[in-house]
Design a protein around this ligand. Structure first.
Ligand SMILES: [Zn+2]
Ligand SMILES: [Zn+2]
Ligand SMILES: [Zn+2]
Length: 263
């Protein structure tokens, strides 16, 4: 079927379900969105959630913009934007008025599952020392840390993967794997992962990425801050901004990807 979010062809793929079996989801790599038929979202197992991480992160590309009026792939009715709350996280999705299912972006899905958390004011302040430009994890638009604390285009907050929530998901997947006799993630891997995902690890990764970009550009001199009409310093940035969730996913798969095929 075509993705309701952007009308690109979406791939139907099987993911592990709670209590065994598989559920088919329509995954769109163009706009980073997923179509869940009615009741499919709560049915994903922890391993299924991790499979979806691997799928979305592994095939990520520049994002196609979402349509203003999305239509239900089953009945063609216009999907209605719905705001919801799960574990203190606000998230949104687009649902069919006749309950055929819903479309959600991968970022909003992570919000729903409580796997990402917003940055604290202190972390935001610290982040500004390491990066000027970020890429919105939801729409892919630029976020200038000098002016913005959320995406100016889609209003998504700045989020990082929550190491605790990732640890819990890994743990759940491990327990379920123990029942079916699948390969287990050693506990040390989960610990290592949690350390990597802490803010310090993020800042090291950000700095490393900035250095790499600077080397790739032939070590140009650091850009001189200029002033705009409001008297605010602007630093011209050569590279596109960093997506904090992508950075976290890189860390996740650098750890779990190295221990064999876990999921
Ligand atoms: Zn799409
Ligand atoms: Zn429908
Ligand atoms: Zn955005």
């Amino acid at each position: 079927m075509n993705c309701p979010g952007c009308q690109s062809p979406a791939a139907e793929q099987a993911f592990d379900k709670r209590l065994g079996g598989q559920v088919l989801l329509d995954v769109c790599h163009a706009c980073h969105g997923v179509w869940f038929d009615a009741q499919e979202s709560p049915q994903l197992s922890a391993a299924g959630v991790l499979q979806l991480f691997r799928e979305m992160h592994g095939k990520r590309s520049a994002r196609t913009q979402l349509l203003h009026a999305m239509k239900c792939p089953r009945c063609r009715e216009v999907l209605s934007r719905t705001h919801d709350m799960a574990r203190d996280n606000r998230f949104q999705y687009f649902r069919c008025p006749s309950a055929h299912g819903r479309f959600i972006t991968f970022f909003q899905f992570l919000r729903e599952k409580g796997i990402v958390r917003s940055l604290s004011a202190r972390e935001l302040k610290e982040l500004k020392k390491h990066a000027q430009l970020l890429q919105c994890s939801d729409c892919g638009g630029p976020i200038s840390l000098a002016q913005d604390t959320a995406c100016p285009a889609c209003h998504a907050p700045l989020c990082i993967l929550d190491p605790k929530a990732v640890g819990v998901t890994l743990d759940d997947a491990k327990k379920a794997a123990a029942v079916t006799g699948a390969v287990l993630a050693p506990a040390v891997a989960a610990q290592l992962l949690m350390d990597t995902l802490q803010m310090d690890g993020f800042f090291r990764a950000l700095d490393a990425q900035a250095q790499q970009a600077s080397r790739a550009a032939g070590n140009p001199p650091p850009p001189a801050p200029s002033e705009n009409s409001h008297g605010v310093d602007i630093v011209e940035t050569v590279s596109d901004g960093v997506d904090l969730i992508d950075l976290g996913m890189d860390a996740l798969f650098s750890v779990v990807g190295g221990i064999g095929d876990l999921f």
